[in-house]
Design a protein around this ligand. Structure first.
Ligand code: PMP
Length: 355
């Protein structure tokens, strides 16, 4: 760091994104991307919009907000579009956390939450999961802070039911509850319908996973119009043109053909079941994931060893060097072909280890 950096950032520990290899890797199963390329309608929309790049984009991304609203059955004034879920989360930390209102989230969850707390200079309370890695919703009743819950949770993939989410929202009438639904489209019930009933609920979704657009950086929040107005005040105070023309065009085209995305999610869910069955036969244990990833351990081989050996064979998965999950790896569910490569290499590694 330079000597000029403000001392308030001296202790900042930035978020570490999953590896994005610069060279061609055979099988990339480490950052929960979609195995499907963007649909032709999206590519065509981007190509056409590229001819207008001399003009600033619509700062209200009206066309895209209307498409999101129509897809989810809410009013356009209940929608804000942002540069990935990460940006919506950042605005929520800025808007709803301060010295009196800490952030409250599970101890094991999306690793960016504590980083957002640090960069926004607020304190947080992280609540341990149960021993089976599930969240006890009652731990978040009367949380006395702004609640952030990923549903399904990451990296476990374990969901809370809609009634459990509603319980948390009801028991925090004086605080905002943020439900991060990055992985909701792979078999978890969404809390979006509750946003019409509760003015303290913000639901965050993304185009990165279920809509094959991680590279576009596009996400959105759904909430009561007053919450959306708060978030827009922060957006207009930082970067009003946060969504570029290509993203607005791509997102709108994707939602106009959302049935294709749904079909892709169904395929990923089938591939998840296939992979789970095969890995269980090989002796793996895992959480009950409703995400496009699984969280697995094998009693006979360390998580770090499996991670390293797979990497040597060109298969990249995600491992965290944290004592409580050191045995585990998170594996993205990709195409059937990718899962077969993973399974082949895993079988080989287990055989080599005499397991
Ligand atoms: N929330 C969770 C739980 C995630 O795992 C991720 C992906 N890293 C995000 C949000 C951010 O997604 P996006 O690509 O929309 O910024």
């Amino acid at each position: 760091m330079s000597k000029y950096l403000s001392s308030k950032y001296a202790a900042l520990e930035p978020y570490t994104p999953g590896e994005q290899p610069k060279t061609q890797v055979l099988t990339k199963l480490n950052t929960n991307e979609s195995p499907f390329p963007p649909m032709p309608e999206v590519i065509e929309a981007v190509r056409a919009e590229a001819e207008r790049l001399q003009l600033y984009p619509d700062p209200d991304s009206t066309m895209l907000r209307e498409a999101v609203a129509e897809t989810l059955g809410v009013d356009p004034d209940m929608v804000i579009c942002n540069n990935g879920s990460d940006e919506t989360l950042y605005f929520a930390f800025l808007a709803y956390c301060d010295a009196e209102t800490p952030a409250v989230f599970p101890k094991l969850s999306y690793g960016f939450y504590p980083v957002f707390a640090d960069i926004t200079g607020i304190s947080f309370r992280d609540i341990p999961l149960k021993s089976d890695f599930s969240i006890d919703p009652e731990d978040y009743y009367d949380a006395k802070g702004t609640v952030f819950i990923a549903n399904p949770n990451a990296p476990t993939g374990i969901p809370l039911s809609l009634s459990q989410i509603e319980g948390i929202v009801q028991h925090n009438p004086d605080n905002v509850v943020v439900i991060d639904e990055a992985y909701v489209d792979f078999g978890t019930e969404s809390a979006v319908p509750l946003t019409k009933k509760y003015d303290n609920l913000l639901v965050i979704q993304t185009f990165s996973k279920s809509r094959s657009m991680a590279g576009m950086r596009l996400g959105y929040g759904i909430a009561d119009p007053k919450i959306i107005a708060d978030l827009n005040a922060l957006r207009y105070s930082t970067n009003p043109y946060n969504i570029d023309r290509l993203a607005i065009a791509a997102g709108t085209a994707s939602l106009r053909n959302d049935e294709v995305n749904r079909e892709h999610c169904r395929t990923v869910m089938e591939n998840r079941q296939y992979t789970v069955d095969q890995l269980k036969e090989l002796g793996f244990e895992m959480t009950d994931s409703t995400a496009n990833f699984i969280f697995v351990r094998h009693p006979g081989i360390g998580g770090d060893v499996l991670f390293r050996k797979l990497r040597e064979r060109g298969v990249i998965i995600r491992h965290w060097d944290k004592p409580e999950i050191n045995d585990y790896n998170r594996i993205t569910i990709g195409s059937k072909e990718q899962m077969d490569i993973l399974l082949r290499e895993v079988r080989d590694i287990l055989k080599e280890a005499g397991l």
